[in-house]
Design a protein around this ligand. Structure first.
Ligand SMILES: [Zn+2]
Length: 295
């Protein structure tokens, strides 16, 4: 079976990203286009909003199951649990010698790019799965194109508004989650569609903002073909951990483990911590893989 990137790359070659492409997609997403002369490397104001309008992006067919179908399947269900772990969330995988590093490019106030971290991963030829939020992708679209074109990285979906995935508005860290099946659908599908329209990516995994969700939402993600991936090891504590602690956290990894760390907050200890940990993990016989290599 050809690798997914082999399928994606010709698409990219045919459709190099331009300012015009980004503007068109922003408009399709119901977002105000930047004024002439305004750099598109800055996210349009509406993308920072937590209350985006209903989007005509729904009209673009991506092969995802419909919103109405999802509501018919899951509407009216009361969640049994809400949290970081539970049935239906992939937090580890069966393996004797493989581990997966995942890095979140979060939405919110820090739509930055940890170039040092990406350089570390490339220098070590360390594969990783990158969970990218829609606002981050638009704000960093040139970087996104480079990441998409690099076979070292798999791109996955980190949501539209970067909020917990819930069907009844449960909150995590004070951030209210989506409040219905419709809103949870939009949280997944709007980001999925943008990644597909702009970069030709068909994400295979979803991780909500804050990584919190309920069981009905977990089922919804599976229904949309992108199961939720959690984590075994919290690598950088929201990019707040110093390098030494990041390294120590990564070294607790056992085969089948998944690390969560961040790539949108440069200046912390994540890059240096990963830099030190990768050779030590390999010395222990652990092999680094992307999620699509092992799941
Ligand atoms: Zn995040």
């Amino acid at each position: 079976m050809p690798s997914r990137l082999a399928v994606i790359r010709p698409t990219l070659t045919r459709r190099a990203l331009t300012r015009r492409t980004v503007l068109r997609a922003a408009l399709a997403a119901g977002v105000a286009a930047p004024a002439p002369g305004q750099p598109v490397s800055r996210p349009p104001e509406a993308l920072r909003s937590t209350s985006l309008p209903t989007s005509p992006l729904h009209l673009i067919s991506t092969g995802l199951p419909t919103r109405q179908g999802a509501v018919a399947l899951l509407g009216g269900r009361a969640p049994a649990w809400f949290g970081l772990e539970g049935p239906g969330i992939v937090s580890s995988f069966p393996s004797t010698d493989q581990v997966v590093l995942t890095f979140d490019a979060c939405g919110g106030s820090r739509l930055e790019h940890d170039a040092e971290l990406i350089e570390v991963l490339r220098r070590h030829q360390a594969p990783a799965t990158l969970f990218v939020n829609r606002s981050w992708a638009v704000a960093n679209w040139r970087t996104m194109s480079e990441l998409v074109a690099d076979p070292l990285f798999e791109i996955a979906n980190h949501g539209d508004r970067h909020v917990p995935l819930s069907v009844d508005g449960q909150a995590a860290y004070g951030i209210p989650g989506t409040a219905s099946v419709e809103e949870a659908y939009d949280e997944i599908a709007r980001a999925h569609r943008l990644l597909r329209v702009l970069w030709g990516i068909e994400p295979r995994w979803f991780r909500p903002g804050t990584a919190h969700l309920d069981d009905v939402s977990a089922e919804l993600a599976v229904h949309l073909g992108t199961p939720v991936v959690g984590f075994t090891v919290n690598g950088d504590l929201g990019a707040t951990a110093p390098a030494r602690q990041v390294t120590a956290n990564l070294l607790t990894l056992a085969p089948g483990g998944i690390v969560l760390a961040h790539m949108n907050r440069p200046g912390g200890g994540t890059a240096a911590g990963v830099d030190a940990a990768v050779p030590l993990l390999r010395e222990r016989g652990l092999s680094l893989r992307r999620l699509d290599d092992v799941l």
